[in-house]
Design a protein around this ligand. Structure first.
Ligand code: SF4
Length: 298
């Protein structure tokens, strides 16, 4: 199903060390409701039937519930909330969001314990709230798909994180390699692990999810690292997405990723996966070069 992604504002109660949005919260106000509703209507008219509310933290938009309700009234079939998950620690807020029409929740959990997660989010107490949020949403029978950003501080514990996600009952989880933009760019020297180092932990984490019958994916880890796990490369199943950002629209996020965000090396032409692989985020290769990326024999 084609998707629209609407950034409703950049305010957030976390201050993640890997946030690609940087400090946009300091100078970009929350969008007003008319602007968001117009974007929703336009996207619906263009055939989108799935909307993702994101930001910043969308739940903190002053008219969040009204926007969710508007999406439902316009006719969107899937209404997903991409969130740090903290507001869902309040059961009443979960109920109101579900009543307004949301039917998919994508909270972010970046560590298997408070020490790691709260360090990365710079928000004491955030681990406890996000984990409680997932529990509440599952208790209310909601579809929960989590995202976890892979950094130098958490990659060794991805198997424990996967175990926690399975225990919390999530339906799906994704491990996304840190994208060196915004705040992540400022912290890149100590925050960015080598892809070669993370892979044993990524694969053990995926195995835990697979064994438990969960849908598991990765993001920004090309096929040449994913031997045996190729069908979990997330880019291959990402829907066509239009993005309403701050003051501009990305018509086709997939094309943007392939043409400007990601990079390939000339040797990629020899690789079995060249046609389907997007390559890594280009900032990674600017930091570490191309040595790790070895074409897979046809
Ligand atoms: S096309 Fe390039 S980046 Fe992609 S899997 Fe092959 S070698 Fe790796």
């Amino acid at each position: 199903m084609e998707r629209v992604d609407i950034k409703v504002g950049f305010y957030c109660n976390n201050l993640c060390k890997f946030c690609v949005q940087g400090r946009k919260r300091d100078y970009l106000p929350a969008k007003d409701k008319e602007e968001v509703i117009n974007s929703l209507k336009e996207a619906y008219d263009k055939g989108k039937r799935e909307v993702v509310f994101t930001g910043g933290e969308p739940c903190l938009h002053p008219e969040f519930l009204l926007l969710v309700k508007a999406a439902r009234e316009i006719g969107f079939e899937v209404i997903q909330i991409q969130t740090n998950g903290r507001m869902f620690a309040y059961e009443n807020f979960c109920l109101k969001t579900i009543q307004a029409g949301a039917n998919q929740f994508s909270p972010a959990l970046h560590g298997h314990n408070a020490a790691i997660h709260d360090f990365l989010t710079e928000a004491p107490g955030s681990f406890k709230q996000t984990a409680q949020g997932v529990k509440n949403l599952k208790k209310l029978n909601q579809y929960v798909l989590t995202n976890s950003v892979i950094t130098s501080k958490n990659y060794r514990h991805l198997p424990e994180l996967a175990r926690l996600l399975v225990d919390l009952g999530v339906d799906q989880f994704q491990f996304a390699f840190v994208h060196i933009l915004g705040t992540a760019d400022k912290n890149k020297d100590w925050l960015t692990p080598r892809k070669t180092d993370i892979m044993p932990f990524v694969k053990r984490g995926l195995d835990i999810g697979i064994k438990a019958g969960k849908k598991v994916t990765t993001e920004a880890i090309p096929f040449c690292f994913m031997a045996g796990y190729e069908k979990h490369v997330g880019e291959t199943i990402m829907p066509e997405t239009r993005i309403y950002d701050a003051g501009f629209v990305v018509e086709d996020y997939g094309a943007y990723r392939r043409d400007s965000g990601k990079a390939k090396r000339k040797e990629c032409r020899l690789c079995k996966y060249d046609k389907v692989c997007e390559g890594p985020w280009k900032e990674y290769t600017e930091l570490f070069g191309w040595d790790e990326f070895k074409p897979v024999k046809k």
